[in-house]
Design a protein around this ligand. Sequence first.
Ligand code: UD1
Ligand code: MG
Length: 468
Amino acid sequence: MRNKSANHGLAVLILAAGQGTRMESSQPKVLLSVGGYPMLYFLLRQANALKPQAIGLVVGHKGDVVREEVQQNIKKWGVVRPLTFVQQKQTLGSGHAVMESSSFLKKFQSVLVYCGDTPLLTFETLFSLLKLHQEQKSQITLLTAKLPNPKGYGRILRSPMGDVLKIVEDAEANSKELAVSEVNSGVYCFETAALLEVLKSLTPKGIKREYYLTDAVELVRSKGGRVTAYLSPNPEEILGVNSKIQLSQVERIFNRRGLERLMLSGVTIVDPTHTYVDADVEIGQDSVLQPGTILRGQTKIGKQCQIGPFVYLENALISNESEVRMGSCVVDSRVLEKSSVGPFANLRPGSVVGPRARVGNFTEIKASKIGFGSKVPHLSYVGDADIAEEVNIGAGTITCNFDGTEKHKTVVGPKVFIGSNVNLVAPVRIGRGAKIGAGSTITEDVPEDSLAIARSRQVIKSFNHKKK
Ligand code: UD1
Ligand code: MG
């Protein structure tokens, strides 16, 4: 059925089959992480946003790994356009990758092709390129950019009139061509029929005997076709990742983009050069990030929160007016309104703290709930526990949740007071309003409103000091 919102007749083809030799990595290049996601996530997300009729993804080197990663995450990544995998059996170059996709491509009038290693491309640029392609009725519209250091990229050769004549690859270029600063971004919009026609004439080139997609430009022109270039207003977005050095450069740009987006929406970032955020982190107005803050994954922070310095949050939810102080770590956990965590606290996965609760210094919480107004202020380990509201847990209290084979639960009722240095040997329940004496080792349930003391009595003995 024809989807009215789709860009009818348009396909997007992402080339992701290359080995990425220069990355020196055992992982496929397109799965290496930037901005907290595999590179491919950003390319698929942009493709989806353009609403093509279909997306093609060419996989080859470790194709099964790439395919599995994409299939597992496609829903989570919000990609809803139909996706077709194309297997490139031998990776014989970008031109060959497109040739191998011909049975997918021939169903569409136009195709937007881009590489799997340019994750900084923005929707706005891709959209403008498509628009220009449609307006100019060209057979090829290229995205180009002027770079101060064009090394490694294909160079755009133009006629004296400014028409694009051909692309020459870095490895093939002579010294005059190498001096050209306008480069090929690896993003092209093609009229499919013209593309498929010239692909037949590609010949392998270079030491690796590869078929270059870039040769399509000269071939289309030689058949009287029209080639247009769109010079990117923002050259940094075409950066390709071909080495770990470029990976770090792209990571830095993602980070800067994320920080700017947050600052523009009202977040105070004390030192952006020492603050790191993944692409999809969300933060409310008037929250403050102190230096050394690292926010990973799907972390969401509410309004008027104080975070840092030196705090690590991963898939954390921090609600309004909470603080996570110096040296703390929160992973896959939630800190609800007006709560305070740290300094030097560790919230491990599955923990919920608050509202108005406090987890203090040198305290580890794992898969536990610390209820409304409850406090675990110092030197405790709370694991697999359900702590109700207004509980006070003394310094050095430990839930002994592991019997060597299995984990067990500790349940603490409302308004319980636990003295310092208590061991709660799970499974165990402490009833509402109970009090536990300091230094106790609690092995049995404690009823409501009672006092439990489980420690040996103090004994005082006098010494007989013998005189020599
Ligand atoms: C390519 C362009 C170059 C451009 C640059 C932009 C060619 C010949 N050159 O060079 O003009 O300036 O991108 O970043 O295209 N791939 C396959 N199958 C293969 C080989 C590659 O799918 O057999 C994919 C790779 O996974 C990658 C893309 O094609 O996503 C480009 O390959 P890469 O080796 O990175 O080409 P570059 O040298 O960067
Ligand atoms: Mg590349």
